[in-house]
Design a binder for this molecule. Structure first.
Ligand SMILES: [Ca+2]
Ligand SMILES: [Ca+2]
Ligand SMILES: [Ca+2]
Length: 406
């Protein structure tokens, strides 16, 4: 807004008009890489199926069985996603009008089937209540048939959209146009540098998969090194289902850009690079796992708990708001165990609870009321028994710690 005011004061009227058009263009481009028409196509499909799906969820398990209800619930989400994929493909010119129409009619067909399932379930229940067993059976059979037909439709839509996502890889460390839509995202490896260029109105999409041999989550940084003094970048991050989860607008021309997120093992992520105010220029993009997890990960539940002996101390961290650390304490001799957490950060606000070997709670959460605080407490034990020490950060706090028992 400040920029617009400066223009108004200092420049002739004709430039004010140009600025208006430019702002409209920026808005359009911004909407283009973050939220577009295809998101609403997705939401509308989900909404339309929603009513019938409620009936199926509430009443369907008696008639269809829980497994089938689950299948239809998941199928409905998939159909909405397939339709969004078709919409993006059509916008990006990867799909002709006829293909797009068959995508739409597939989704409509699915909606009809789901509505039929809901109707037959209602009718089956009504017949049952009136004691008309024969009609109830007939309606139950109809519900089953419509449910199978719906699933078949979903699967064929899935096949159709699969062929649309034939992504081209980054070559010799450089982006490959055309990569202006999420379906055309260049596949790339994390931990490498990718050179790209933004022409006015251009967007570059990249797709990364986070892999870790030990199934650990990790912090991944996204760094855009700006190679042009005039280029004002913007970036957006999308999850595997192509939903937006973070975006960032560069505050000034020539500036670098940094984002970070937590990656789940095996999951794909998309990064979009665009520009503000129609600016253009060159950049280097790097998406890098930080190995921010501690050496005992993964230990996010009792089943994967890290084994520790009474008297032993460990140094580890709460990596983010979604990293509980579990330890299985053995070798307890006396009647009391003293637990001590030394905080090695000024950010972590620790909390600890103790579970018995059967995972029932032995000692409720012990907490502090300050970031960076220490924790020390004791609990009574049965000698020879194992206990779980569950440790986390309150309010999503994170940081390093040292845990010991004596
Ligand atoms: Ca591009
Ligand atoms: Ca941890
Ligand atoms: Ca953990």
């Amino acid at each position: 807004m400040a920029k617009q005011n400066i223009f108004k004061k200092q420049l002739p009227l004709i430039l004010v008009a140009t600025t208006g058009i430019l702002l409209a263009t920026i808005y359009f481009v911004y909407r283009g890489i973050t939220r577009n028409k295809c998101d609403s196509v997705f939401e509308q499909t989900a909404d339309r199926v929603g009513g019938s799906l409620e009936v199926i969820k509430i009443k369907g398990s008696l008639v269809l069985g829980q497994e089938k209800v689950q299948e239809l619930t998941e199928g409905s989400q998939k159909v909405a996603l397939h339709l969004k994929t078709c919409c993006i493909a059509q916008q990006g010119g990867n799909m002709n009008g006829e293909q797009f129409q068959s995508c739409i009619s597939g989704a409509k067909d699915y909606e009809t089937r789901i509505a039929q399932v809901a109707t037959s379930i209602n009718e089956a229940q009504a017949a049952e209540q009136q004691g008309n067993t024969q009609l109830a059976q007939q309606k139950t059979e109809q519900a089953r048939q419509s449910a199978s037909a719906a699933t078949t439709t979903e699967k064929s839509l899935g096949e159709m959209t699969k062929t649309l996502s034939a992504a081209v890889p980054v070559k010799a460390g450089a982006e490959q146009e055309a990569n202006d839509t999420i379906l055309q995202a260049n596949t790339a490896e994390m931990g490498t540098n990718i050179a790209g260029a933004i022409a006015p109105g251009d967007v570059d999409f990249f797709q990364f998969q986070y892999r870790d041999g030990k199934n650990r989550r990790d912090i991944v940084t996204v760094h855009l090194e700006n190679k042009s003094a005039t280029y004002q970048p913007m970036m957006a991050l999308y999850k595997e289902d192509k939903s937006l989860f973070q975006d960032w607008n560069g505050p000034s021309a020539g500036a670098n850009q940094d984002l970070w997120f937590t990656a789940e093992p095996g999951k794909k992520y998309f990064v979009a690079v665009g520009s503000r105010y129609g600016s253009s220029g060159q950049y280097i993009l790097s998406v890098s796992p930080q190995k921010a997890y501690d050496q005992y990960e993964p230990n996010d539940d009792a089943f994967t708990a890290t084994a520790i002996k009474f008297g032993q101390s460990v140094e580890a961290n709460i990596m983010d708001g979604n990293d509980p650390d579990f330890y299985r304490l053995s070798g307890v001799g006396g009647n009391t165990v003293n637990v001590r957490l030394e905080n090695q950060s000024n950010t972590l606000r620790p909390m600890i609870r103790i579970l018995n070997a059967d995972k029932s709670v032995a000692r409720e959460w012990v907490t502090t009321n300050a970031d960076g605080a220490e924790l020390a407490f004791s609990f009574s034990v049965t000698p020879g028994q194992d206990y779980f020490v569950e440790l986390g950060g309150q309010y999503g706090s994170m940081g390093k710690y040292r845990l010991s028992t004596h």
